[in-house]
Design a protein around this ligand. Sequence first.
Ligand code: B12
Ligand code: SF4
Length: 498
Amino acid sequence: MTNHIPTVALISLQNTYIDFGIRYIASSCRKAGLNVHVLWITREPTDPFDRNSCDAIARWLEEKEVDLVGIGLMSVHVNRASLLTQTIQTKTRIPVIWGGVHAIVDPVSCLNIADYVCTGDGELSFVELASRLAAKNEPEGIDNIWFQRNGEILRTPRRQISDLDSFPPPDYELNTHWTLRDQSVFPLDEHILRNGIPWILKRHHTISSRGCPHACSYCYNTALKRFFGDEHYLRIRSVDKLMSEINGIIEQYPFIETISIMDDSFLFKPDGWLEEFSAKFKKTGRTFGLLVHPKTLTRDRIDMLIDAGLIGFQMGLQSGSERISRGIYNRSESVDDFIQTTRLLDEYMDRLHARTIDVIVDNPYETDEDQEETIKVLSGIKKPFHIQLFSLTLYPETDLYRRMVAEKKPIPAEMLPENKEYLKFKPTLMNRLIWMTHSTSRSTVLFFMRNRKTWWGKFLFEIYYHCWEKGLRIGLRKVKHILREFLKFARRPAMHSP
Ligand code: B12
Ligand code: SF4
């Protein structure tokens, strides 16, 4: 028996300081009495992650006498997680565990690099593993913790914890948080945090549930349902626990003005929960934003939430084609449902400042005609709104990934997360037209769409798009005028030298 108190380091590979998984595990470790350090990398997954930075992290881990390193990752982070892990393994003797969504969906391949993987919720499993390793006890038999011995993977049951209230709130003990800057590890202070998006926007992020009742084929939730079944899958925090976190953050950082609640689909909760939340949130005097599913918005709910402080939300269309939306993405709402919801929201334009609509492009199942439908839907939405355009990425174990494999559909390497710049879409004319719909008049968008197959339509579009990208917004009348002038010029009689 030893009294050694374990020291752990948790590393987030996210591009911002938002990482609920890491913060929840950090607070559970603290509650269990472990020494905790949290390191934030905050770089885009595609930014180069150099050896010097990895070396600096390895040195920092040794200085801190860390017993166990935990790295949290999504599938886009696999390459940098591998580089960092291999450096730690070469330069130190500290074991490394991977957790987060990628470790949950693909634990077997993660074990090619990591010493351990966490295949479900990490709060209890990570604390238990750290305690056992620090006490030099055997690590086997811990729920969610898998590892290899003599080439064989030792698996334990995967578990999700149903009572989210049993966890302390996400960790913001800044004096033990660190950040990577100029290839060195620095203490993270309030100043750095405030200058990092989203705090520069005076916005704080939180999450009040885990899971989603829908089953969109491209989404990780389809994999989760398969692994964990319905029983533990959808979990909600109590309003009191959520509000005590929000009030605590406002007290600690009074400059926070807006709370972004990042639940997959906030409004799936019962009406009683939403009413209690609205009444209690209103007292904070702050505003909030949500991710919502179009089918869950009703007039009564919008009235209540706006009264409580709702100022913006993000909602998925994904595709305006019923064939794609229902048939390929398995969306539970029809395109018409989506249109009805946007019409309802139009009535609240003066009070909802931010409306973001998610759209997916670069889908090999989608034809030009399907994209036409998307353009028609988007160009019919009252402005202002913002579009978040995602290039379709095939995340492991999702229904769509499995479907493409089953149908033996070729999967181009650029659709896989490790090769992907997920916000960088192919610059096809139709993709660019979709992108433009939020700030271009309907008549102009439809004009380009209808004439896109003519040489002059393509030519004019390129000029128009160039101006649009530079912030020049030209109306359809002007476009037609340019076209007339151009045609006059093109058809002018040939000039002959005397
Ligand atoms: C909030 C959120 C974000 C936030 C913050 C991310 C975060 N990790 O906190 C932001 C806005 C930054 C974000 C961005 C992106 N996201 Co996102 N996001 C989510 C969302 C809605 C919730 C995640 C969450 O916080 N859940 C609650 C926490 C507590 O759960 P958790 O992260 O799973 O953590 C638990 C376990 O995994 C484990 N664990 C986690 N980390 C660690 C670490 C260790 C060491 C251990 C032992 C255990 C462990 O324990 C935790 C607690 O129980 C999920 C949807 C979902 N259903 O998960 C998508 C999701 C994670 N995002 C996704 C994607 C694709 C992205 C983006 C790549 C692009 C995009 N489409 O938005 C970017 C990439 C960011 C970047 N550039 O680095 C995908 C990931 C799919 C995949 N296979 O990787 C998801 C699953 C959504 C989907 N459609 O499928 N996202
Ligand atoms: S509604 Fe959003 S979070 Fe829910 S399954 Fe669909 S894409 Fe995933």
